[in-house]
Design a protein around this ligand. Sequence first.
Ligand SMILES: Nc1ncnc2c1ncn2[C@@H]1O[C@H](COP(=O)(O)OP(=O)(O)O)[C@@H](O)[C@H]1O
Ligand SMILES: [Mg+2]
Length: 244
Amino acid sequence: MKVSNKMNLPLDGLNLESLMETLFYREEFLSIASHELKTPLTSIKLQTQVFRRNSKKEKNTSYSKEKVDRLVDQIDIQSTRLIKIIDDMLDISRIRTGQLVMTKTKFNLSEVVEELLPAQISSKIESNIFINGDRERIIQAMSVILNNAARYGRGLPIKVRLVQRKTKIIFSVQDQGYGISPEDQKRIFQRFQRAVPASEVSGIGLGLFIANEIVESHNGKIIVKSEIGQGSTFKVNFKREESL
Ligand SMILES: Nc1ncnc2c1ncn2[C@@H]1O[C@H](COP(=O)(O)OP(=O)(O)O)[C@@H](O)[C@H]1O
Ligand SMILES: [Mg+2]
């Protein structure tokens, strides 16, 4: 019997257990994703209600400029959050259908990393490291790792490095956060997989999956070293091309 695999489920060998597991994680993902989408929307709705209530008042006690700025900033932050989640979901479906296309050009990775880092992060960036790759996608992959270090790093200092060796380029981000158990290290690169409860740090578990796809499309590799309670180091290794 030929089994249709439109949902891209792991049908090879028809392992019922892994099929059930995939379905379970999809269900869980749906519930987490709905929550993650609803939270920023609720906040936006709340801000607009505040505006409306104010404009309905008979004696229009108009807001101070500061208050308006704050409300608009909130709406802006929450819409950016929504767009980010939806972009990730779109990337997931692009990956599944083989449409995540890389447009490669030669560019200065050192400059890109410098620009990406907030001023307060301690870093060692070797200058003039060039790479042949999709600039925006590489920025996206590195941002996932940097954002994770900030979000799961318990607010402690993060160290970033970009160095070049004979045969490879290494980008690494070290945090002193929660850390990740050996079992979890194996699954966090899969879709929808998270190792922290949503009540602690929100997220939908797509970042590392997408980052890994991007890095692999550049013949690179993401490696994680971590110990619970001690923090984590995520390393991205790219092959160094002779001609660059
Ligand atoms: N630097 C880190 N420290 C501790 N845990 C991490 C770190 N980076 C990722 N993780 C774990 O890996 C999971 C998957 O990460 P990711 O794919 O970016 O999704 P999300 O951040 O949306 O949960 C996270 O939920 C978290 O449990
Ligand atoms: Mg993340």
